[in-house]
Design a protein. Structure first.
Length: 342
């Protein structure tokens, strides 16, 4: 009974909150204006939006390549495909399996240990968290945020600082205790081996594979490239609303697009923790509302972003999964097995 409540309670509560937020944001929506805006949208800008969505993922793949390079050089397009496959699997099977799927694909194609590849994806994600926090900090410092009730600059500063402490601290801990985790003596290592044995996994071997993935590029240029890739991906992500806005005749100030990316990003992360479906739609909707964009136009901009992302991610992701020799059902089963083994 408790398991049933845990499984269905949080999603049902999240769905109820989502309905309340939809009513708050779009309760006064003029559907006629919405349809007129949709009919008159400039599809050229929507195509450019689609290109930049893929370009963002390409830079994420290129950044991951720099982290993974000293383990094994892997082609950027292959890594980008694995990223899309992971996101696609997560859209169809929303259990947070995307890191496991992409690590499994690359490990399978490159004859690497899955735990090693997964660790490099975690490092890459932590770098993203630090860079995202820096964007939030710069935005708060320059003060280019909408003037609304409450201190939004302070909120962004605190959220950015917490992000840096969290992700920066986790990165430091990974590299600081890498050698300790590889040894057999410490209590935490023996506990890890005991848990792994209960799951029919080789504890010492798994620890070694994880530690092999805790790696930082030896080449100085690659170290710089890790952050260049992360920053480029975030800047490209900020332009998504540029193209979606131009499609419906909306032009905002440059810093407004950074604000949209940061604010909606924080709401997405929060939504994942509290299990609110479609948190990006609400976060971006609130942000556009603060910027004075009419609700009909704001919803069009959000839907262009959301639908194009889903179509591209799921479409290309499924093709990559198919080329890797698995379908989505098998990807789900493999990810659950790997998750249990880890």
């Amino acid at each position: 009974m408790n398991g049933l409540l845990l499984r269905w309670g949080a999603p049902l509560i999240g769905a109820a909150v989502a309905l309340v937020l939809i009513f708050m944001l779009y309760g006064s929506l003029d559907f006629g204006k919405f349809l007129d805006g949709l009919r008159s949208a400039n599809l050229i800008w929507v195509v450019i939006l689609a290109v930049t969505i893929l370009l963002e993922q390409f830079f994420n793949g290129w950044k991951w390549r720099q982290v993974l390079h000293d383990v094994k050089p892997v082609d950027t397009f292959r890594l980008t495909g694995a990223l899309l496959a992971g996101y696609g699997a997560n859209v169809l099977v929303p259990l947070g399996i995307s890191p496991l799927v992409r690590a499994w694909i690359i490990a399978r194609l490159e004859q690497l240990k899955m735990a090693t590849v997964l660790t490099t994806t975690i490092i890459s994600r932590f770098i993203d968290g630090v860079v995202f926090a820096l964007f939030a900090g710069v935005l708060a410092l320059v003060g280019q945020v909408p003037q609304v009730e409450g201190n939004l600059e302070l909120g962004l500063s605190v959220a950015g600082a917490l992000n840096i402490v969290l992700f920066g601290g986790l990165l430091w801990a990974m590299f600081r205790f890498r050698t300790l985790f590889a040894s057999d003596g410490p209590v935490i290592c023996r506990l890890f081996d005991w848990v792994a044995a209960r799951m029919r996994a080789n504890g010492p071997g798994l620890r070694t594979a994880i530690c092999d993935g805790v790696i930082w590029p030896r080449n100085a240029m690659r170290r710089v490239a890790v952050f260049v890739g992360a920053i480029a991906a975030k800047l490209i992500a900020a332009t998504h609303f540029v193209w979606a806005g131009l499609a419906v005749g909306v032009v905002l100030a440059p810093w407004d697009y950074i604000f949209l990316m940061v604010f909606s990003g924080f709401i997405m992360v929060l939504g994942r923790f509290v299990r609110i479906p479609g948190s990006f739609i609400f976060g971006a909707g609130f942000a556009l509302q603060m910027l004075g964009v009419p609700p009909e136009t704001a919803l069009l901009m959000i839907l262009f972003n959301y639908i194009m992302t889903i179509l591209l991610v799921v479409g290309i992701g499924l093709i990559v999964l198919w080329q890797s020799g698995i379908d989505i059902r098998r990807a789900h089963l493999e990810a659950e097995t790997l998750n249990a083994g880890l």
